[in-house]
Design a protein. Structure first.
Lengths: 148, 141
C-alpha cells in the first residue's frame, strides 16, 4: 500500500517536471538535439537540475539502513559497457531524434498529444514487447542490493 | 524557432530529481521509465502494482498542470505517421536493449556516477543529434 502511494506521488511529480520543463514537447526536444543548427540548450538545464537534486538526495536517502517501504535499496549492479548497451543506446537515440519523444514524455503527453502521441506510445509498446519476447531479454541483469 | 527557457527547464528538472529521490527513499528503486513501463506491462510479480501506480501518476500529471494553469502544455509533433511508428519502435526496443533511457541512465545513472550510464547517455545523445542533422539534410532544410 505504502509502496503504491509513494510510487503514485513520485509519478505525478515526475510528470509535472516533464510538463513544466517542456520535455513533453517534441519540437522543444528536437531543438535541443539540433546542436549543428538553431540549438536551444534549455533542456540541458532540465538534466543539470535533476542531476544535482538526485545526486544529493540519493546520498541522503542511502544514509538510512533501508527504504521506508522496502527491505533494501536496489541499484543496477551491471558495470559492463557491452554491445547491447551500445547498440540499444544508438537505436534509442535514433528514434528519439526522429520524433522528439522518449519513454517518460511519451506517457505524459497521452492526455494532450492526441492521435500522434497515441501512435507513438503504441509503437513504443510494440518495440518494448519485441525485445521482452526476444532471446536477447532472456539473460536479465541482476540488481545488486545496497544496504546502507 | 524554439525559445530559450532555462528557468522553467531547471524547475522541471528539480521536480524530476525530487521524484527520483522519493522513489529511492521510499521504495528503494531507480526511477527508470523504460524499465518501469516494461515491468508494469509485461512482467508478473510483486513489483507490478507500484510500477503501474508510478505510470498512472506520470500520465495524470498534465491534468494537475491544467487545473493550475488552465491550459494544456505546448505540444508540437511534426513527424509523419510512418516516422512516428519507426521512432516508437526504435525507442521501445532500443531502451530495453540498452537497459535504460533518459531517466534511468540519464538522471539516475549519472547521479550515481555510473560509467555504464555515462557511456549510454553520450551514445544516445550523439545518435539523437546525428538523426536530427540527417533529417534536416534529407528535408533540404
Amino acid at each position: 500500500m505504502g509502496k503504491s502511494v509513494s510510487a503514485l506521488i513520485a509519478g505525478l511529480v515526475f510528470g509535472l517536471g516533464l510538463t513544466i520543463s517542456e520535455m513533453v514537447n517534441p519540437a522543444k526536444v528536437l531543438a535541443f538535439l539540433d546542436i549543428f543548427g538553431n540549438w536551444d540548450p534549455s533542456l540541458a538545464f532540465v538534466m543539470g537540475a535533476a542531476l544535482a537534486v538526485t545526486a544529493i538526495g540519493y546520498r541522503l536517502a542511502w544514509r538510512r539502513a533501508a527504504p521506508v517501504f522496502a527491505e533494501s535499496f536496489q541499484v543496477p549492479g551491471n558495470r559492463a559497457i557491452d554491445s547491447k548497451l551500445v547498440a540499444g543506446s544508438i537505436l534509442f537515440g535514433a528514434g528519439w531524434g526522429l520524433v522528439g519523444l522518449c519513454p517518460g514524455p511519451a506517457l505524459t503527453a497521452l492526455s494532450f498529444g492526441g492521435p500522434p502521441a497515441w501512435a507513438f506510445l503504441a509503437a513504443m509498446t510494440v518495440g518494448t514487447l519485441m525485445f521482452d519476447l526476444s532471446p536477447l531479454a532472456a539473460r536479465s541483469r541482476p540488481n545488486s542490493v545496497r544496504t546502507g | 524557432m524554439s525559445e530559450f527557457t532555462p528557468i522553467s527547464a531547471a524547475m522541471g528538472g528539480v521536480l524530476i530529481g525530487v521524484s527520483a529521490v522519493l522513489l529511492m527513499a521510499f521504495n528503494g528503486r531507480i526511477a527508470g521509465i523504460s524499465g518501469t513501463f516494461s515491468g508494469a506491462m509485461f512482467s508478473k510479480g510483486s513489483d507490478r502494482s507500484w510500477r503501474a501506480m508510478f505510470l498512472i501518476g506520470l500520465v495524470s500529471a498534465p491534468l494537475i498542470h491544467a487545473l493550475v494553469t488552465g491550459s494544456a502544455p505546448p505540444f508540437d509533433m511534426a513527424a509523419t505517421l510512418p516516422l512516428i511508428v519507426a521512432g516508437g519502435l526504435l525507442v521501445g526496443f532500443g531502451t530495453r536493449l540498452g537497459s535504460g533511457c533518459t531517466s534511468g541512465h540519464g538522471v539516475c545513472g549519472l547521479s550515481r556516477l555510473s560509467v555504464r550510464s555515462m557511456a549510454a547517455v553520450a551514445i544516445f545523445m550523439s545518435a539523437g543529434a546525428a538523426m536530427v542533422a540527417v533529417s534536416k539534410l534529407a528535408m533540404g532544410a
